[in-house]
Design a protein around this ligand. Structure first.
Ligand code: NDP
Ligand code: 8X3
Length: 261
């Protein structure tokens, strides 16, 4: 049997990169996207060494036309057509996203709000819409939400709103796609040490490191394994929603840090 195709966004780092490596190892072929092309190319080489056919495309998911063109190009490389014949796109891991800044909303910057809302909400929608016509009965979509899409915390305002939108859209997409036999899942991680906080604090690595001090955060592999679990369920099973937290984090508001010696 031929290897199924998955498209992963946000594949240059963190959850997306770990998911690409794991799925390549588990027998998938990969379509990888993010903005940083060099990273995608070296990841592609590593995944090809695991036996996967891999195609990469670099674009910004905030750009609707670039997203439509990029998806069409990747599908062409993979030999996936929108017709009901041949291999479909078996899965979309709709994962690209970011937080920018943390503080009271009335001190928020327009540019930061635009980046979060345009990437996390509209970018997720653009990519999902572009991919759905290449999916068929049995295909699956996994959206990366967050604990920030379930609870709101101080300074999280616009990022939390964007992830609450992902929570709503994941439910709505599941309803809209149910009669086409396409399952929609959401994965909602708590604190995970990736490049997320380096981006949020705009390159202030000390501030980013401080987020994860005194407890064991999730790592990208934890989320990759959850996504692989979702994608490997039998066709009649859809994992709708998975909230995954570090054991030391009981909620967005309860984090147990070890006392400093
Ligand atoms: P990383 O910063 O490590 O990865 C983010 C990925 O998103 C990168 O590959 C980045 O690629 C891509 N990306 C960001 N903006 C764009 C854009 N405009 N166009 C295309 N790609 C983009 O963070 P994570 O792996 O942690 O984050 C992945 C997802 O998980 C995000 O949606 C995040 O909100 C969510 N999340 C993260 C948590 C955490 O604690 N780490 C917890 C809960 C959810 P590039 O820069 O090359 O474009
Ligand atoms: C990332 C996790 O708690 O920083 O979505 O919002 S959190």
């Amino acid at each position: 049997m031929s290897r199924p195709w998955v498209l992963i966004s946000g594949a240059s780092s963190g959850f997306g990169e770990a998911t690409a490596r794991l799925l390549a190892d588990q027998g998938w072929n990969l379509l990888l996207t993010s903005r940083r092309e060099e990273r995608l190319s070296s990841l592609a080489e590593a995944c090809q060494a695991l036996g996967a056919e891999v195609h990469v495309g670099a674009w910004d998911v905030r750009d609707r036309a670039a997203t439509n063109e990029g998806v069409a190009r990747l599908m062409e490389h993979a030999g996936i057509s929108a017709s009901s014949h041949g291999e479909p796109l078996r899965a979309l891991v709709n994962n690209a996203g970011l937080a920018v800044g943390k503080g009271p909303f009335d001190e928020g910057l327009d540019e930061d709000w635009d980046r979060m809302l345009d990437t996390n909400v509209k970018g997720l929608l653009f990519l999902a819409r572009a991919c759905v016509s290449f999916m068929r009965e049995g295909s699956r979509m996994v959206n990366t939400g967050s604990i920030a899409g379930k609870q709101v915390y101080p300074g999280g305002n616009v990022y939390c709103a964007s992830k609450h939108a992902v929570d709503a859209l994941s439910q709505a997409m599941r309803i809209d796609l149910v009669d086409r036999g396409i399952g929609v899942s959401q994965v909602c991680p708590g604190a995970a040490e990736t490049e997320f906080s380096n981006v949020r604090f705009k390159g202030d690595d000390q501030a980013a490191d401080a987020v994860y001090q005194g407890f064991d955060p999730l790592v990208a592999q934890d989320i990759a394994e959850a996504i692989e679990f979702i994608l490997s369920r039998p066709p009649h099973v859809c994992i709708n929603d998975l909230v995954i937290m570090p054991t030391a984090q009981a909620s967005a508001h309860h984090l147990h840090r070890r006392p400093t010696p």
